[in-house]
Design a protein around this ligand. Structure first.
Ligand code: 13P
Ligand code: SF4
Length: 312
């Protein structure tokens, strides 16, 4: 790391102590952010950490819905995000007003709404329960019998859960712009180059890609799967930041990013808006801060807490 890079890390760590802050980072963050974070994980692990922390400030290196989730479960903390524009295409695909309109137009279905955590606080406030890719199967399996399920917003995760549980669900037609860029052909081509490699894919990928995978799982489960597998090589079909953590924590194995038709790996443009400089600035200024109207936060908290209790 350059002298300036080292100075920047020192600055961040000094501000962290001064603010009594905790730095939480998602698995898709850049290596420099992951290396100085107090905890790096998937959406589920990060939600637990945010709910349990004693820090006064949570600096959330991830995207907006993740920072909102931290605020929902830890309302007395100051939650800051390095870049407020770090959004999520999946979350954007299900605006709360559209969801409410749909529910109003389909009252006879009396839907039980399961919302993937990649959605706004306002959608969480409408939902009955939240799930992540790490616990979606468990959450769907614990849905009261006889209820019609509406699963929002990711149709790919939803169809994967239906395959795993055989529970019928109506699916919102949202998707992640990063994961739908992987194709059957792009993964087939890289498999020809690494014929011994296991293919590990995130459930936000399309069914055509999931069918090629040896394992479909959340980003956290990717770590334990690759660590415990007898295989030495893995093609990782998710956002490229995941390879930072895999290479750090499973250094004796080889990780190849899953390519798309256009690119040898896939970055989430929102996740990659966060930088060390912006992390330093948000700790220094306590801005941009995540704020949620209290009536929405309280409703959203009950669906998030239901998830946390169900997935213990
Ligand atoms: P995980 O919860 O598996 O980390 O996924 C979050 C996400 O945004 C995937 O695109
Ligand atoms: Fe959202 Fe996709 Fe980025 Fe995950 S990778 S934060 S689902 S846009």
């Amino acid at each position: 790391m350059s002298a300036t890079g080292k100075d920047l890390v020192e600055e961040v760590l000094a501000l962290k102590r001064e603010r009594n802050a905790v730095i939480l980072a998602h698995n898709y963050q850049t290596a420099d952010i992951q290396e100085l974070a107090d905890f790096v994980g998937d959406s589920l692990g990060l939600s637990y950490k945010a709910a349990e922390t004693n820090a006064d400030v949570i600096a959330f290196c991830g995207v907006h819905f993740m920072g909102e989730t931290a605020k929902i479960v830890s309302p007395s903390k100051t939650v800051v995000l390095p870049d407020l524009d770090a959004g999520c295409s999946l979350s954007d695909s299900c605006p709360a007003e559209k969801l409410q309109e749909f529910l109003d137009a389909n009252r006879e279905k009396n839907y039980y709404v399961i919302a993937y955590i990649n959605c706004s606080a306002a959608v969480k406030a409408i939902a009955d329960v939240i799930c992540t890719s790490g616990n979606a199967v468990k959450i769907v399996e614990s849905t009261p019998a006889g209820r019609n399920i509406l699963f929002v917003p990711d149709q790919n995760l939803g169809s994967w859960v239906m395959e795993k549980t055989s529970r019928p669900m109506d699916l919102w037609r949202g998707s992640c712009y990063v994961h739908v860029e992987f194709t059957r052909d792009s993964i087939d081509r890289i498999r020809e180059q690494y014929p011994e490699a296991r293919v590990v894919a995130h459930p936000e990928c399309t069914q055509a890609v999931r069918l090629l995978a040896d394992e479909v799982c959340s980003t956290e489960k990717m770590i334990s799967y690759c660590r415990n597998s007898p295989a030495r090589e893995f093609i990782i079909v998710t956002e490229s930041g995941m390879l930072n953590r895999l290479r750090r924590e499973v250094p004796d194995k080889i990780f190849v990013p899953g390519p798309t038709e256009l690119c040898s790996c896939s970055d989430c443009r929102y996740m990659k808006l966060n930088t060390l400089e912006k992390l330093r600035d948000c700790l220094a200024n306590l801005q941009p801060e995540i704020l949620i109207p209290e009536d929405i936060r309280v409703k959203a908290e009950s669906s998030v807490r239901r998830m946390l209790e169900l997935s213990r």
